[in-house]
Ligand binder design. Structure first.
Ligand code: F6R
Length: 613
């Protein structure tokens, strides 16, 4: 969703802002803008559309300066247009601001400001905040920092902001509440970002701002952090482990393709240092403080959204099979708006690539309030969910830039598999030989995915044949059901083809009505257990002349003969190896989307980090 960049220091600011915004494009946006301060005067450029449109609009001679802020906007209040784009300037021109999040009481605040003579150019909640700060600054005769602080005490909602006062151009003021904001610390200079990607080429030293905290960054290299209640906070500088190459396409035509091909490595990174083959053990250091809670959990509730929710359903199969703990999987957005029955012996696992998804974050807070032990499975280090939870495991998949999640999903499932196995072993629920074969399967997943990725042509051919199909159905049984859901989600989000995922046996209760000789039905038919049942489901589709695209294990005989098209994946024997079957589905969506001329990495209307409810 929206992205913020900012800089104060000695360097030319415009290229830092533009390059930073390009690095934030992956979050999803519909307009963008920058404010460059030249001799203490703000020059604001903003347009609807892409950063390339903004660059074209600005031309070859942007203003020069060493202080500025920039923004990519994903519209919430008011349509995407030049006026609603950020930065916004307050009515009398004293404050320039960029903002992520939503000010929930903006309408009340706006009414009060209108009564005091304020007028508004845009429909945004952000302009309300800019004018509120200015009103407090002028009326209260306080410093710019205090004006921002007092204003933030009056707003309800989520914000990550960067603010510059035209009277105090030696300062960049930033603040956050439930919307991420990271400060990059250089030599007498500071960078600001919604995450570290805009500035990681300049510095790895970062300060993660906490909720309801604000920081004043000054040109002489001084940083002051306070809560919005005015309590002083000691800045804690950390090193972010982010490599510049990881956020480049590295020769691939799209980030999504790069990330699909990165999976052998990203999964190896997820398990590295955690699976100890000398002692046949799995050690998840981040869970140590809560291990006894997990072992004695009455129930595990997994919450997440989208792809992370699908990983949660895979987790349900793995936990129930190997750990024998009852599991419920909930959409975070539904969970938080019910009054769920949660007890202190429940363990809630929140799964989130970004660690910033508003609904998942709210579910975490609710579960904590109700006394559960809350564990996070996040990819982004230092993200809000990883900081809100009692304990957690990072997926270490590396930055995921493509909006459609691929390597984060496989990493999440691997973490869940490691958890399920280690708990199952500790509870004596898995026989030693079974445990060994599961562990062996787990460590060979990267190599099998690599093998599969060497032969993408089998998938490409099918993509070519069905790229114009208006609908797809995806079917799977058992742990292939979440794979079917995830395959369908990938296709619809990047190719805009309608696709639905279903448990294969449920098909006859409704979706079977859709099947005719034009309907491609992707069946993930790699089951060992229940193979005959999936054969039946394939027959049901064939009887209605549906087109079967079957994902099978190498050497499969029965379904391979029945299917119209077959994609073989390397042999595996357990539910953990089942994860491999998502790879052909990721590739199928990718190729179809490319063939249809879609913007694969930034699909329409989608955002990478969904920080609104
Ligand atoms: C799908 C996708 C989304 C996210 C969902 C949750 O490809 O990317 O469905 O999975 O928005 O995001 P996180 O995992 O960041 O909480």
């Amino acid at each position: 969703m929206c992205g913020i960049v900012g800089y104060i220091g000695g360097k030319e600011v415009y290229p830092i802002l533009i390059d930073g915004l390009k690095r934030l494009e992956y979050r999803g946006y519909d307009s963008s803008g920058v404010a460059v301060f030249c001799a203490n005067v703000p020059h604001i450029y903003k347009v609807k559309g892409k950063i390339s449109d903004l660059e074209r609009f600005i031309g070859d001679n942007p203003k020069k300066g060493t202080l500025g802020i920039g923004h990519t906007r994903w519209a919430t209040h008011g349509e995407p247009n030049d006026i609603n784009a950020h930065p916004h300037i307050s009515m009398k021109g004293k404050f320039v601001i960029v903002h992520n999040g939503i000010i929930e009481n903006y309408a009340t605040l706006k009414k009060k400001l209108v009564n005091r003579g304020y007028t508004f150019k845009s429909e945004t909640d952000t302009e309300v905040l800019a004018n509120l700060i200015e009103y407090i600054y002028e009326f209260g005769k306080v410093s710019a920092t205090d004006a921002v602080r007092f204003a933030l005490n009056k707003v309800q909602g989520a914000y990550g902001i960067a603010v510059i006062c035209t009277d105090e151009c030696d300062k960049l003021i930033v603040a956050r509440n439930s919307s991420p904001l990271v400060i990059g610390v250089g030599e007498k200079e500071f960078y600001v970002g919604s995450d570290a990607t805009p500035f990681v080429q300049y510095t790895n030293n970062v300060i993660y701002l906490d909720n309801e905290n604000m920081a004043v960054l000054t040109r002489n290299g001084k940083v002051d952090i306070k809560t919005i209640k005015n309590d002083v906070i000691k800045p804690e500088i950390q090193t972010v482990d982010l490599n510049f190459d990881e956020i480049e396409k590295g020769g691939y035509s799209h980030f999504m393709l790069k990330e699909i091909y990165e999976q052998p490595k990203s999964i190896s990174d997820t398990i590295r240092g955690r699976v100890d083959l000398t002692h046949n053990s799995i050690v998840l250091g981040g869970l140590m403080p809560v291990m006894s809670k997990i072992m004695n959990a009455r129930r595990i509730i997994i919450v997440g959204c989208g792809t992370s929710w699908h990983a949660g359903i895979m987790g349900e199969y793995l936990f129930e099979e190997y750990s024998r703990i009852p599991v419920e999987v909930e959409y975070a957005s539904e969970f938080r708006y019910r009054d769920p029955v949660i007890n202190s012996d429940d363990v809630v696992i929140a799964i989130s690539q970004s660690g910033e998804t508003a609904d998942t974050l709210a579910a975490v807070k609710l579960a904590k309030e109700k006394g559960a032990t809350v564990i996070g499975i996040c990819n982004v280090v230092g993200s809000s969910i990883s900081r809100e939870t009692h304990a957690g495991v990072y997926t270490h998949a590396g930055p995921e830039i493509g909006v459609a999640s691929t390597k984060a999903f496989t990493a999440q499932v691997m973490v869940l598999a490691m958890m399920a196995l280690s708990i199952g072993k500790a509870k004596y629920n898995i026989a030693p030989e079974m445990y060994m074969s599961l562990l062996n399967e787990l460590i060979t997943v990267p190599q099998k995915i690599e093998e599969f990725l060497e032969k993408p042509d089998q998938v490409k051919k099918i993509a070519e044949l069905y790229k114009n199909s208006p609908n797809f159905i995806y079917l799977g049984r058992g742990c292939y059901y979440p794979i079917a859901l995830e395959g369908a989600l990938k296709l619809k989000e990047i190719s805009y083809i309608h696709a639905t995922g279903y448990p294969a046996a449920e098909m006859k209760h409704g979706p079977i009505a859709l099947i005719d000789n034009k309907m491609p039905v992707v069946v993930i038919a790699a089951n060992r257990r229940g193979y005959d049942k999936i054969v039946n489901n394939v027959q049901e589709v064939k009887a209605r002349k549906g087109i079967i695209i079957a994902i099978v294990r190498e050497g499969d005989e029965t379904i391979s003969k029945m299917a119209d098209h077959v994609i073989e994946v390397p042999k595996f024997t357990t539910a953990i190896g089942a994860l491999i079957t998502i790879i052909p589905l990721q590739l199928l969506s990718y190729y179809i989307a490319v063939m249809r001329g879609c913007n694969v990495d930034q699909p329409r209307n989608l955002a990478k980090s969904v920080t609104v409810e």
